[in-house]
Design a protein. Structure first.
Length: 157
């Protein structure tokens, strides 16, 4: 049990305290908060009426499986969006390859929390040069090889 002295903090509308909770990690919109009981007392130990309101937006559901979606638009020019789902936190590597299997551009190589992500590719290589029109593949590897997927896309100049 904790006690906090809020003497003199009463606002014009009778509000004593308002607490805001935000996720520490900006890639998630989901917060689990549980208040099992709340009791407020004045300085003499008398009960104070308390109202607890939980206002929230609908949380984004955590995906149930690894998914790599088809890019859009496809064919594309000048850019395309690639979306993927991750059901649990882990490492992700998303890269673009040419028709010969040569690496063109690494879009993501980082640890990610569970969630849905989008990445935009602007048709450039790792050195920032525009690629030529043609067929490209994007490959995602989840959690150091535990899952992977490949999709085909078309870049048109």
């Amino acid at each position: 049990m904790s006690a906090v002295n809020l003497d003199g903090l009463l606002s014009e509308n009778g509000e004593i305290v308002r607490l805001f909770f935000r996720p520490k990690n900006k890639t998630t919109d989901r917060i689990n908060l549980s208040i099992t009981s709340l009791s407020l007392f004045d300085q003499t130990g008398n009960d104070i009426y308390a109202v607890v309101e939980l206002n929230h937006q609908n949380p984004i559901a955590v995906p149930e499986q690894y998914v790599l979606y088809q890019n859009y638009p496809n064919p594309f020019n000048p850019s395309t969006t690639i979306r993927y789902d991750i059901p649990v936190s882990g490492d992700v590597c998303l890269a673009v390859y040419d028709i010969n299997g040569q690496l063109v551009r690494t879009l993501v190589k980082d640890s990610r929390d569970a969630g849905t992500y989008t990445v935009t590719w602007k048709g450039d290589d790792n050195q920032g040069r525009m690629v030529s029109s043609g067929v490209y593949f994007y490959k995602i590897v989840f959690d150091n090889g535990s899952g992977q997927a490949i999709k085909k896309m078309f870049f048109i100049k």
